[in-house]
Unconditional design. Structure first.
Length: 161
C-alpha cells in the first residue's frame, strides 16, 4: 500500500494533512518506518515458520524410516527368549526367570544405552555449563559497574552513590 502511494505523482496524492509529514512525499512522518518495521516483522515470522516446517520435515524424514526398521526388527524377532534373573542358579525355578519376545529385549537394551549415553554426556558437559554461568554473572556485574561509572546523559539526573 505504501509503495502504491509513493508511486503516484505528487498532484494525485493531495496535500499533506496533519502537523507531521514528510515534505518530499506528503506521507505522514514515521509511517514509512512503521510500514518497514511491519514488513520486517512479517518476513521474520515467515522465516521462523519455514524453519519450523523444515525441522518438522527433517524429523519425519529421519523418524519414519527408523519406525519402519523398528517394526521390521519386531516382526523378525518375535520368538520368545528366557531371561534368567539369577545367573548363578543355572536352570532356575519359575520365579527367577522371565519369558519375553526377543525384540523387547533388543529395544530395552537400546533405550538403556541411549539413556546411559545421555547421562554421561550431561555429566561431561557440566564444566562447560558452569563456565557459562560464571561468565554470565561476570557480564552482569561488569555492566552494572559500567553503568555506575559512566557519565550521565545530557539532561539526566543521577543519584551519587
Amino acid at each position: 500500500m505504501l509503495a502504491k502511494a509513493l508511486a503516484r505523482p505528487r498532484e494525485e496524492r493531495g496535500p499533506p494533512i496533519g502537523p507531521a509529514f514528510s515534505l518530499a512525499s506528503g506521507i505522514p512522518a514515521g509511517s514509512y518506518q512503521l510500514a518497514k518495521n511491519h514488513l520486517e516483522a512479517r518476513c521474520e515470522r515467515a522465516r521462523i515458520r519455514r524453519r519450523t516446517q523444515m525441522k518438522r520435515f527433517l524429523k519425519l524424514l529421519f523418524l519414519v524410516p527408523l519406525a519402519l526398521v523398528a517394526v521390521a526388527v519386531a516382526v523378525a524377532n518375535r520368538h520368545p527368549v528366557i531371561i534368567y534373573l539369577d545367573p548363578l542358579a543355572g536352570p532356575a525355578p519359575e520365579g527367577t526367570q522371565i519369558t519375553v519376545s526377543l525384540f523387547i529385549v533388543i529395544f530395552v537394551a537400546i533405550m538403556v544405552g541411549v539413556i546411559f549415553g545421555g547421562v554421561v554426556t550431561y555429566l561431561e558437559q557440566g564444566r562447560h555449563r558452569r563456565a557459562a554461568r560464571r561468565a554470565r554473572a561476570e557480564v552482569v556485574s561488569l555492566r552494572a559497574q559500567v553503568a555506575r561509572l559512566s557519565l550521565p546523559r545530557p539532561g539526566e539526573k543521577r543519584k551519587i552513590p
